[in-house]
Design a protein. Structure first.
Length: 229
């Protein structure tokens, strides 16, 4: 599954340059040029990293960053500030507001990609400190991609595994079909939202024996979560 980069940049020439190098390095991507759109896109696109310009319309990059850090689900979302603001005071404000790295314009694309890879590596290492995550009777060994319900091994396809892992990592939070689609499937692949329902049914069939609690909760007109009713 490709890692997903959201680019918040209102200069078309710069965003196109970034786009070329993200594609070249096998990243999925989405580009937005407006601060308000950035907030909505982060919630819907569910990126693994955000490249954030400081000076964008509607909301500044710093304001976007502060809003993200106030939300528990995005408190650890990696953010790289890419900006023409290059004073020491600007950099200090950026790091105090919660950026993971700070790169000034003009920039060398190869350095940008190197910094993205370094940030993502740190993020992966942070989440893999404990290779096994658990919710109630369900445990997921991330290093071996194995799922157990108590002592019973659950055989899942890659899509069902990724959906379950995503829901367990974000337990008790409800995600719409579109949000699940955008997190699990590449952004440039068209998949009908109802496809999520098919994979959820398969996941439930593998996860639950007769009489067992179904931890996957369907929320009418909203989506799915992993929770206890």
């Amino acid at each position: 599954m490709k890692e997903k980069i959201l680019v918040v940049e209102d200069d078309n020439s710069i965003s196109e340059l970034i786009k070329i190098h993200l594609i070249k390095n096998n990243f999925d991507h989405l580009i937005v040029a407006d601060g308000e759109d950035a907030i909505l896109s982060i919630e819907n696109f569910m990126p693994d990293l955000v490249i954030l310009d400081w000076m964008v319309p509607s909301l500044s990059g710093i304001e976007i960053l502060k809003r993200l850090r106030l939300k528990s689900e995005f408190a650890d979302l990696p953010v790289l500030m890419l900006t023409a603001k290059n004073s020491e005071q600007d950099k200090i404000l950026g790091f105090e507001s919660g950026v993971d790295d700070y790169l000034t314009k003009p920039f060398i694309p190869s350095e940008l990609i190197a910094r993205i890879n370094a940030i993502l590596k740190r993020s992966r290492n942070k989440t893999q400190v404990s290779n096994t995550i658990q919710f109630q009777e369900i445990s997921i060994d991330q290093s071996q991609k194995k799922v157990f319900r108590q002592d019973r091994k659950i055989n899942l396809g890659p899509t069902e595994y990724n959906i379950l892992l995503f829901l367990v990592k974000n337990k008790q939070r409800v995600f719409s079909r579109d949000q699940i689609l955008n997190k699990i499937w590449p952004h440039n692949v068209h998949v009908d939202a109802r496809t999520v329902d098919v994979h959820i049914r398969r996941l439930r069939k593998q996860l639950n024996l007769p009489g067992e609690i179904d931890y996957i909760r369907t929320v009418r007109s909203a989506g799915y979560s992993i929770d206890i009713e």
